[in-house]
Design a protein around this ligand. Structure first.
Ligand code: 5RP
Length: 233
């Protein structure tokens, strides 16, 4: 099976968790895109759900499939969010934000009773940090914020290069919220909770891609089938 087939397999298993009338959070990225496609097909068959998107890209995809959409203002409590991840560790701590949607993804996940992660099993890691940690920052004072972020990382006993995320054309990437992203290449994050707290305390940091205590389940697809971490129902 190709990596894309594996993503679709995980998405299809997550779709089985959806019940009529549910309020759903829709994730961002190539795996979440499969889930939205599959959900759209069920909606076309008559399934009634109400959804909130975690990015403009997912919003556009869902609207194109005629999935009923809402906002967190109108629908502030969700039953289930299904989203991808860049890394998942054995106790369901995540790195997210490879697709630059971490801020809305975290707000939506936190507003949901349950967050289920879907991924191919290459995302499962013993320790977080090989994937660069995305840190969303306001453009104002970026150099001062970058230095403060670097100091916070050092104070947590970690180290690594920080780079401002660019678009393929070389311009600085702007998130849906109009912010920049600093990617921290740390190699390993020995103390994710400590680092999360330190980053949250830096003025100018809007959010970071450490998702701790948010996911209740991860559905990981491999050539051997599905592996479930946590509680699926
Ligand atoms: C977007 C994300 C994505 O969920 C993450 O990057 C995984 O993406 P993919 O399913 O394409 O591997 O966090 O901000």
């Amino acid at each position: 099976m190709s990596p894309d087939d594996l993503k679709k397999l995980a998405a299809a298993r997550a779709l089985e968790l959806v019940r009529p009338g549910m309020r759903l959070g829709l994730g961002t990225g190539s795996t979440a895109k499969h889930f939205v496609d599959l959900l759209g097909a069920r909606v076309a068959e008559g399934l009634e759900v109400l959804c909130v998107a975690t990015s403009e890209a997912t919003q556009a995809q869902a609207e194109s499939l005629n999935i009923p959409m809402s906002t967190l203002d109108a629908t502030p409590e969700l039953d289930l969010t299904v989203d991808g991840a860049d890394e998942v560790d054995p106790v369901l701590r995540l790195i997210k934000g490879g697709g630059a949607a971490l801020l809305r993804e975290k707000i939506v996940a936190a507003a949901s009773k349950r967050m289920v992660v879907i991924a191919d099993d290459s995302k499962l890691v013993a320790e977080l940090g090989r994937f660069p940690l995305p840190i969303e920052v306001v453009p104002f004072g970026i150099e001062a914020t970058r230095r403060a972020v670097a100091a916070a990382i050092t104070a947590c006993g970690a180290a690594g290069e920080l780079s401002l995320r660019k678009r393929p054309d070389g311009s600085t990437l702007l998130t849906d919220g109009g912010h920049y992203i600093l990617d921290a290449r740390l190699g390993c994050i020995a103390k994710p909770e400590l680092l999360a707290k330190a980053l949250n305390a830096v003025p100018g940091v809007v959010e970071h891609g450490l998702f701790l205590g948010l996911a209740s389940c991860a559905i990981l697809a491999s050539g051997d089938g599905l592996k479930v971490l946590g509680t699926i129902e």
